[in-house]
Design a protein around this ligand. Structure first.
Ligand code: FES
Length: 106
């Protein structure tokens, strides 16, 4: 599954991730800057905040209530397209996914 991360400064990183991996874990394991994932995906930190690209928003789906609550603690502005990247599981449907990264995670 291909995933593109676009950093706040516009720099772009493309990776190949395993199906079933999360957008957070794939980034951390392949040294993509801009996603921290401090809690390891337990939805306890909000340092994996990302903005789903507009073209992908429908396919990725929406956040649930507990994700919403955790995003309240995110360091950067939360928008309609904000998600915790540890809660986005990569399926073949998401091949080519583009996410944008916030300016800061702390
Ligand atoms: Fe901590 Fe996603 S990694 S909330």
């Amino acid at each position: 599954v291909k995933v593109t991360y676009i950093a706040h400064d516009g720099s772009q990183t493309d990776i190949d991730a395993d199906e079933g991996d999360t957008v957070m874990h794939a980034a951390v394991s392949q040294d993509v800057d801009g996603i921290v994932g401090e809690c390891g995906g337990a939805m306890m930190c909000a340092t994996c905040h990302c903005y789903v690209d507009a073209a992908w928003a429908d396919r990725v789906g929406t956040r649930d209530r507990s994700e919403e609550d955790m995003l309240d603690g995110a360091a950067s502005e939360v928008t309609e397209r904000s998600r915790l990247s540890c809660q986005i599981k990569l399926t073949s449907d998401l091949d080519g996914l583009v996410v944008h990264l916030p300016e800061e995670q702390f």
